[in-house]
Design a protein around this ligand. Structure first.
Ligand code: DQA
Length: 145
């Protein structure tokens, strides 16, 4: 199985960004965790990060044909990007949305979740393990149930 992993704005700052919320795992640690888990699971991953909405859309549009599923942490775009929502709706592979923090127990604007409605499932509040869980869900086909 081939999985495209996309991280949105500010996730490149993991490790120094609001560590009380996001933890001390750096972005490079996250990449290594995802790649290591994929290798153990006999799965190929390609991991991207972008701070730009249009670039995230370009990554999805230009690559989705080569993948069986998407794991996406849209960062703050999760709360208001109808453009990423439309893009995820426009493609024919499943996406799972991940948030490191528990978005429902933070500021009220984070409870507004736009892109998740274009995804098969959302995982929030499991820290970086949310990404490995999302990969497992795609591998096991759990997003279908
Ligand atoms: C986040 C949650 C978002 O609300 C926030 O804007 C982020 C990170 C998370 O992974 O918990 O940038 O997506």
């Amino acid at each position: 199985m081939n999985i495209l992993v996309i991280n949105g704005p500010n996730l490149n700052l993991l490790g120094t960004r609001e560590v009380e919320i996001y933890g001390h795992t750096t972005y490079q640690d996250l990449v290594d965790i995802i790649a290591g888990h994929a290798a153990k699971s006999d799965c190929v991953v390609e991991i991207h990060q972008s701070n730009h909405e249009g670039e995230i859309i370009d990554i999805i549009q230009n690559n989705y044909r080569n993948f069986d599923g998407i794991v996406i942490n849209p960062g703050a775009y999760a709360h208001y990007s109808y453009a990423i929502y439309d893009c995820l709706k426009a493609i024919n592979i499943p996406a799972i949305e991940v948030h490191i923090s528990d978005v429902n127990s933070r500021e009220s604007f984070r409870k507004n979740l736009v892109t998740k409605d274009a995804c098969k499932a959302m995982i929030s509040g499991l820290g970086v393990l949310g990404y490995t869980k999302a990969i497992d869900m795609l591998i096991r086909g759990e997003h279908k149930s």
